[in-house]
Design a protein around this ligand. Structure first.
Ligand code: NAP
Length: 267
């Protein structure tokens, strides 16, 4: 990690301070702190989520922006710069107004030898997607749409005209379908930005390798959902609330402006 060791020093407002594993480092370089492990024979699936101190994931605005902050957006930008593809549930894409990722000058080094931006992959049954998400992506980073075989046919034609569509012959797009199809496209560094329903499916499938969790210093109360939610039952499927007990290793804990940035890796 390229950072300055300063056990007693106070961090500047813009600097990331390491609390663990080396307490006291300041000006931690997030690109190094969050580097993906070397590419292996299957994608590495990382999630990036933000929660309040009392575990809420959605603020009064109905978006996660109530929880976000300049340091959180900085980390989010670096995580996007590092990944090959951002996987997101359609409700998050609609609610948060997802568009193709815009290139950033600071990503040049991070993305050397790769397209200037990661692709967005959106998971949907309804195919209710904003035109801009499909139509404004650059040719080398076209949006990928994962859907099911009984998706509305008239929407499928429109979506297929602008995006790469992966149709899964099942009642539901499973995380295993997503991971396999991304690997077939050479997209190994996967970043999912949720939302809670999609993340819950990755956890239940045992396919989440890493959780990057920002804890924002605020309380949202009992009305706010958590960062994972039960998947709504698809037609022909019984809904179930899965319970897991998966051990994680805390790879690092960083701090800036009272926000905690934990990187948990599956043991
Ligand atoms: N705190 C955070 O870090 C964070 C991060 C992301 C989002 N959020 C918030 O979370 C909320 C949205 O999240 P959410 O959990 O409600 O929804 P979500 O997981 O973003 O998306 C759910 C939608 O994705 C599609 N989908 C999910 N699983 C599918 C499957 N197996 N097969 C086919 N399609 C599937 C369906 O789309 P269709 O409806 O199109 O069929 C479903 O309605 C927003 O308020 C957002 O602001 C918070």
């Amino acid at each position: 990690m390229s950072s300055t060791h300063d056990a007693g020093g106070a961090s500047s407002p813009a600097s990331l301070r390491e609390l663990l594993p080396v307490p006291g480092r300041v000006d931690v370089d997030p690109a190094e702190a969050y580097a993906y492990p070397p590419v292996s024979d299957r994608p590495w699936v990382r999630a990036n989520m933000v929660a309040s101190a009392d575990g809420g994931a959605i603020g009064p605005s109905g978006r996660s922006r109530d929880l976000s902050s300049a340091p959180d957006r900085r980390i989010m930008g670096v995580l996007r710069g590092l990944c090959d593809v951002v996987v997101v549930g359609a409700a998050t894409a609609r609610q948060e107004g997802y568009r193709p990722v815009r290139p950033r000058e600071v990503w040049e080094r991070l993305r050397a030898g790769r397209p200037a931006t990661p692709r967005i992959a959106v998971v949907t049954r309804s195919l209710e997607l904003d035109d801009a998400l499909l139509e404004t992506a650059p040719e080398d980073a076209r949006t990928i749409v994962f859907t099911v075989s009984d998706a509305p046919i008239e929407r499928l034609e429109r979506v297929s005209a602008h995006a790469d569509v992966v149709i899964v012959d099942d009642v539901s797009v499973r995380p295993a379908h997503i991971v396999r199809a991304l690997a077939e496209r050479g997209l190994y560094r996967v970043l999912t930005e949720g939302g809670p329903h999609l993340l819950g499916e990755f956890v239940a499938a045992g396919l989440l390798d890493e959780l990057c969790l920002t804890t924002s210093p605020r309380l949202l109360g009992v009305g706010s959902p958590r960062i994972v939610a039960a998947p709504p039952p698809a037609a022909g499927e019984a809904g179930h609330l899965s319970q897991e007990n998966v051990p994680l290793r805390l790879a690092h804990l960083l701090e800036n402006e009272g926000n905690l940035f934990a990187r948990y890796v599956r043991e």
